[in-house]
Ligand binder design. Structure first.
Ligand SMILES: Nc1ncnc2c1ncn2[C@@H]1O[C@H](COP(=O)(O)OP(=O)(O)OP(=O)(O)O)[C@@H](O)[C@H]1O
Length: 983
């Protein structure tokens, strides 16, 4: 029969910070507990519930839900529930059922353990106190959640991660140019939200080809254990919802978007965050929307946090870009026409920001700024800045604040973040090499016919089933299609295309020419990629892995791994257009575009495979084209119309929308092409100038605010260099039974020792363990080395276990001190603030468990200020457990008194701690609230629910902090001895 009865009060052994729980339901298998103070409900298996019953004994003080206090004298049982009998402050007798106890009441395991003679090792007590100290310190570090991941500290990423993860339920578009680290930014945001409890469950949807890359990045860089879900795995869950298989689920977009049943299952889960990579594929137009868009739209309605990632937000046109912004904030983005019109005002805002640099002393600059600024606080700042009497420091501060206000209140940036190479800087140059080849006669014949006979195009379209202008641009595809429809009819089409196509021989020569350097080849069509690899094998004896959307995940990853391998890897890999998107190939510097894509954004995506963070060489882009062919004309359009190979310009999709049709018509006609190029160039320059003056400028200014980024980086470096970490770690690993071996070069190998406490992450008895380092640089240099920081899962687990468990909460030690006679008793009591609150409030950032140490001598005098923890600890000696137990038994009454006295002493410090925490909280939240309120007046991108949430959060935090209590967390009894006695 179950020992649980509804109404009884229990605490969670592993999560004591949830507060006092109440049994809600019990059946044969499970027990459900409500932790009302933290608004959490947990269900456990009855047989293994990690719960401890809370019962109070004579002398304990208890508190009812309505706040009245009682000193317990006795208790009785009624229907399985305890009823306490005791006196209130006025001496009146009351009964209080355990169901009526306050949910926030601290409970006192340390006291009970001590008085029943359960004494832990002295060094455990030390470790417990140090854990509290470090946890308190680290919880308040502004870089918390960003310091653990194994990444280089790149300012624009840190800024975005910090800014976004501070927001309530962040909903943003991460739109940095290709290869600048959107995955890393999303990982950082997720990591921080998980660490501070603002998110627990996330669904990550990525293109099929990127699932493994994400899985590996999240594990290696962020130490996040993600469950990769596919159809096979889902079926293994039978009737159960497979999306419940883990807290962090990674799934392929192609799989989910094609599967309505699985979509419904995904929608049935309560996610905190949805991440969608390569979001430009979510297409939408006023007439119709794609299945991906519909699926994400339904999820986005229910999930509070949403991160959309794309380097080419306008690839599918302005409509789709607008529609994705609407997914992020439907209230703000409801009118496409208005959205377009808003852009016009950006130039003026950007000019106003630039004008600030010319103040004071420039009247034109002042009116330019004043024309945009209309808030009283901004106007006052402008007056300070423009006043020649202000000193340099005042002007600097006014300029910086104004810049922030203009960006925040009038700019683009709250929803969309876009960093560009130009702005970030430090990227290697790109070199274009064009190989002009003679087209084979079979291709020429097709082109000649098309040039001569207008009707031939239609015939060919019908005959081959290909699209226009694909059949002119991808002549190998046309050749193949013609061979398929009339096999054997035509002697020219008897051979495979690669036997006659000079690009293949050219490629073989290129590969010989570059020696051991790796080359990535991208072809538009999947069949071209597959057959080209075959050609390289047959004609050149070269093994080239192929990478395309038709491969299974395993095949694709095998191909990528074989290409990436520095020693034995392949020299060349052939990819299809879609198959390669988002992949990391920056270890390679030669890119061969076997043909050209039609969308400028796709061209940029191709170059972005190599031109990414981590690329150390100039990028050599090779394009073989047939002389006088449509392919060559397309190349001219890219080069002369928009400098497409030099750098991403972000206007390609607009140019394609304006001239794509005209270009398709001009692919056979040089004169027509000249005209299209001229018009494209004109629009390119106009748009670029407009964007650079307006939207791009604002996006750039907003995408990384240098000072904030520098502050975050400095805080991370401070944590990286924290000398307390190795000392703490040595002590903790020793106590938990983890063997550590120094390997030199700042590396340490950790392995489970024979007596290790079970369940530590990455360590299991009999297994290898792992190698780690505190040095960020060392960790980055090697994939197999983990970054050991305060945020590493092992250290978090160690600290968590100590803080929520009982390990080391009692101890007894001997003190040999010349000025204190032997046989005296002292008590070192460590109280900790207890502040149960819902996790999402992240109350720890303002009031992390805070220790109050009270050292009492036998007479009850408080010596804490005179004798420090470490000063005392140094002089203490351990004692055998049995002796300790006896000593405690013999001093029971005295100890009780000291415990009570200590509580009173500690209580005196609580109001100061609470007040300081409230002030910290108000300082941060009031600032944020007024910033958001001011912002909301100008920038409709501030959502009302964000404002409401912040107000509610402030209120809830205030109440939670106000309700903080002190709980005895640990107690060490100290008995003085003289040398004689010890011997
Ligand atoms: N801070 C960093 N430290 C170390 N490596 C990084 C960092 N930022 C990015 N990288 C590496 O640079 C490459 C590009 O980063 P990432 O994949 O996040 O870019 P992206 O913007 O998502 O690219 P795409 O536009 O192609 O999707 C990856 O190999 C990533 O691991």
């Amino acid at each position: 029969m179950s020992e649980f009865i509804p109404g009884q009060r229990w605490i969670s052994d592993g999560e004591a910070d949830l507060g006092l729980g109440t049994i809600l339901n019990v059946d044969a298998r499970s027990v459900t507990v409500l932790f009302a103070a933290s608004q959490e409900t947990r269900t456990y298996s009855v047989r293994q519930a990690p719960l401890t019953r809370v019962m109070f004994g004579s002398g304990d003080r208890i508190e009812s839900a309505d706040g009245s206090q009682l000193s317990v004298d006795d208790s009785k049982e009624r229907d399985g529930l305890v009823v306490y009998i005791g006196q209130d402050a006025a001496g009146e007798w009351h009964e209080l059922s355990e169901t009526e106890l306050s949910d926030r009441m601290p409970f006192n395991q340390a006291r009970d353990r001590l008085l029943t003679g359960q004494v832990d090792r002295n060094d455990w007590f030390d470790l417990r106190f140090r854990t509290l100290h470090h946890h308190h310190r680290i919880s308040q570090n502004p870089a918390l959640g960003l310091a653990g991941p194994k990444i280089d500290l790149i300012p624009h990423q840190l800024y975005i991660a910090d800014e976004v993860s501070r927001r309530h339920a962040p909903r943003v578009l991460l739109a940095d140019e290709v290869g600048l680290g959107k995955t890393i930014e999303a990982g950082l945001i997720l990591h921080r939200l998980l660490l501070n409890g603002r998110a627990e469950r996330a669904l990550i949807l990525v293109p099929d080809s990127l699932t493994h890359q994400w899985l590996v990045e999240l594990l290696r860089r962020f130490a996040l254990d993600v469950t990769l879900l596919d159809e096979q795995q889902s079926q293994a869950h039978g009737e159960a919802n497979p999306f419940d298989a883990g807290q962090l689920i990674l799934a392929s977009q192609q799989w989910l978007f094609a599967n309505p049943h699985r979509q419904r299952q995904a929608e049935a889960c309560a996610w905190d965050l949805l991440i969608v990579d390569e979001a430009h594929h979510l297409d939408w137009s006023p007439a119709a929307s794609g299945p991906g868009y519909d699926c994400v739209e339904r999820l986005a309605r229910a999930v509070p946090g949403l991160l959309l990632l794309t380097a080419t937000p306008e690839q599918m046109g302005m409509h789709s870009h607008f529609a994705r912004l609407r997914l992020l904030d439907p209230d703000r983005y409801h009118d496409l026409a208005r959205f377009r019109a808003e852009e016009a005002g950006y130039v003026q805002v950007a000019e106003a920001i630039d004008a600030l640099e010319r103040l004071p002393g420039d009247a034109a600059a002042q009116s330019s700024a004043a024309a945009v600024i209309d808030d009283a606080d901004s106007q006052a700042l402008l007056a300070t800045l423009a006043d020649p009497q202000s000193d340099a420091a005042q002007q600097r501060s006014a300029r910086a604040q104004l810049r922030e206000q203009l960006l925040d209140r009038h700019g683009t940036g709250r929803v969309m973040f876009r960093n560009s190479r130009r702005h970030v800087g430090g990227f290697p140059p790109r070199h274009l090499h064009v190989a002009r080849l003679e087209a084979p006669s079979a291709y020429r014949r097709v082109l000649r016919k098309l040039e001569r006979d207008e009707d031939h195009l239609d015939e060919l379209l019908i005959e081959t089933g290909l699209d226009h202008p694909d059949l002119m641009l991808y002549l190998d595809t046309t050749y193949r299609a013609l061979s398929d429809v009339s096999p054997g009819d035509d002697p020219f089409n008897a051979e495979p295309w690669w036997q006659i196509d000079p690009r293949v021989t050219w490629l073989l020569e290129h590969l010989t020419g570059v020696g051991r350097d790796k080359t990535l080849v991208i072809a538009h069509d999947r069949a071209t990629a597959v057959e080209l690899a075959e050609a390289l094998r047959v004609l050149g004896g070269i093994h080239a892995p192929v990478f395309h959307e038709g491969l299974t995940l395993v095949e694709r990853d095998r191909a990528a791994a074989s290409f990436a391998d520095e020693e034995d890897g392949s020299q060349v890999m052939v990819c299809s257009e879609i198959g390669s998107e988002g992949r990391n190939f920056q270890f390679c510097r030669h890119l061969v575009m076997f043909d050209l894509p039609q969308l400028p954004d796709q061209l940029e995506q191709r170059i972005g495979r190599l031109d990414r963070i981590g690329q150390r060489h100039a990028i050599e882009i090779h394009v073989p084209v047939f002389a006088g062919s449509p392919g060559e004309r397309l190349l001219r359009w890219y080069r002369e119309g928009m400098d497409a190979f030099d750098a991403p310009h972000g206007v390609g999709s607009e140019l394609y929308a304006a001239f794509g049709d005209a270009l398709a018509e001009a692919l056979l006609d040089d004169d027509a092409l000249e005209a299209v190029i001229d018009e494209t160039r004109a629009l390119f320059e106009t748009r670029l100038a407009e964007r650079d003056a307006g939207r791009n400028r604002l996006l750039e200014l907003n995408a990384c605010r240098g000072e904030r980024a520098a502050t975050v980086a400095a805080s991370i470096r401070e944590l990286d260099a924290d000398r307390a970490l190795p000392r703490y770690l040595d002590q903790a690993l020793d106590i938990f039974g983890v063997d550590s071996q120094e390997l030199g070069s700042q590396l340490v190998h950790l392995r489970a020792g024979p007596h290790m406490l079970d369940g530590l992450p990455g360590l299991a008895k009999g297994e290898e363990g792992f190698t780690a380092t505190r040095s960020r640089e060392r960790a980055l240099a090697r994939d197999d080395v983990q970054h050991l920081s305060w945020e590493h899962p092992l250290i978090r687990e160690l600290m968590g276990r100590i803080l929520t468990g009982t390990l080391g909460n009692t101890a007894l030690a001997l003190l040999d001190h010349p000025s204190i006679p032997a046989g005296r008793l002292m008590a070192e009591l460590v109280f900790v603030t207890d502040c149960p609150a819902p996790k999402r409030l992240h109350v720890d950032r303002f009031l992390p468990p805070t220790a109050v140490r009270v050292l009492l001598d036998e007479s009850g005098a408080n010596l804490s200020a005179k004798v420090s923890f470490s000063g005392l600890a140094k002089n203490l000696q351990k004692v055998k457990k049995a002796v300790a137990r006896d000593l405690i038994k013999s001093r029971h009454a005295q100890l009780r008194e000291l415990l009570e006295k200590g509580e009173l002493e500690a209580e005196r410090e609580l109001p100061t701690i609470v007040e300081a925490a409230q002030q910290r909280m108000r300082g941060v939240l009031d600032d944020e609230l007024s910033r958001l309120q001011a912002l909301a007046r100008h920038n409709p991108a501030v959502r009302q629910d964000e404002l409401d949430a912040l107000r509610n959060e402030r209120q809830a935090l205030d109440a939670a902090i106000e309700g903080a209590r002190l709980r005895l967390d640990g107690v060490r009894v100290i008995v003085t001895v003289d040398r004689e006695t010890r011997r």
